[in-house]
Each structure stands twice: as structure tokens, then as C-alpha cells.
Design a protein around this ligand. Structure first.
Ligand SMILES: [Zn+2]
Length: 174
């Protein structure tokens, strides 16, 4: 059964009921992720399927996809890329159960029975796939930018910005 995304979830109960959700979450609802992005506008596509496996482990299978704009650390210009996550998380109520999980699972530690913010869970997974050093795949800086770094100040002297007052007075003369 497919449902719209709730803001807060009770993961164990959703697993017991075998519920599936899909929908979208605003990137602006994920401030910790947005901090690493050029812009927080956009949407994350989210699909979640909760269930219990044959040995009784409650789990969720998640697929998250977000087209984002991120600043290239080489040329400092924004570039578009897609963050994409497929995860299989098994719910555990204590760290001591983590070692006992079947190897296909990553642990999802639920320390209490409080409702969980869905956007936080998705945000945590997306942060894990952020590139450590985002860079355009193509050579994005002209090679001169590296070799003429020492001459740069002289160039700057030649290109004095036009004073706004000069522009204003030339407009008045017309
Ligand atoms: Zn670049």
C-alpha cells in the first residue's frame, strides 16, 4: 500500500504494517545537507518500503534522489549533480544488536520510541554520498589561471573599474 510521505514516522510500526511511501521533501527542510550545497532550492525524491524479513528483523529499503547544485572546489563555480542513495537499513533498539545484523543491512539505531523525523533520516543518507571534494569532471580552469598567478596584480592595475560617477556624468551629457 502506497502512501504520501509523513513528516514524522514510527519506523517499527511501519515495518510491522509493511507500509510503502513515496513523495518529495524540500531540500530546504535539510539544513545540514543544504549547508554543503550552492542552493537549497529543489526537491528530493523519496521512496521507502518498510517490512520485516524472514528472521524477524524490521527494515526499510530506501531510494533517495536529489538533483543539487554544489560549488566546484577548483573553479569555485556551481555545478549540477545528482545525489543518489539506495539503502537497506535494519532497525535496532540497542548498539549491542548491530553486530548480529545480516551483512546486507546498515544499522538504524532507534534509541527510544519517539517519532522520527523522516527528513532527518533521508538527509543523513544524502550527506553520506556528498563528494568530499566536489569538482567538475572536465578541466574547468584554463591552464593560464595557474601559470600567470604572479602577474595577476599587474593585470588588475590595467583594468581599473569605471567609476559610477563617470558613467552618470556621461549619461547626463546625452
Ligand atoms: Zn570547476
Amino acid at each position: 500500500m502506497h502512501q504520501k510521505l509523513p513528516k514524522e514516522i514510527d519506523p517499527l510500526r511501519l515495518a510491522q504494517n509493511g507500509l510503502k511511501f513515496d513523495g518529495q521533501i524540500l531540500l530546504s527542510d535539510m539544513p545540514r545537507l543544504a549547508k554543503s550545497l550552492h542552493s537549497d532550492s529543489g526537491l528530493v525524491d523519496v521512496a521507502l518500503a518498510f517490512d520485516i524479513d524472514e528472521i524477524g528483523t524490521p527494515y526499510v529499503k530506501g531510494e533517495f534522489r536529489a538533483p543539487v547544485s554544489i560549488v566546484c572546489e577548483r573553479c569555485m563555480l556551481p555545478m549540477s549533480m545528482e545525489l543518489s542513495v539506495s539503502c537497506l537499513l535494519a532497525m535496532v533498539v540497542s548498539e549491542k544488536f548491530i553486530d548480529k545484523l545480516a551483512e546486507q543491512y546498515d544499522p538504524w539505531l532507534l534509541e527510544n520510541s519517539e517519532p522520527v523525523s523522516l527528513s532527518k533520516v533521508v538527509e543523513d543518507e544524502l550527506i553520506l554520498v556528498l563528494p568530499l571534494v566536489p569538482r567538475h569532471t572536465e578541466a574547468c580552469l584554463p591552464s593560464e589561471a595557474w601559470s600567470t598567478k604572479l602577474d595577476y596584480n599587474e593585470d588588475e592595475e590595467d583594468q581599473k573599474p569605471v567609476s559610477p560617477f563617470a558613467i552618470l556624468s556621461s549619461l547626463k551629457k546625452q
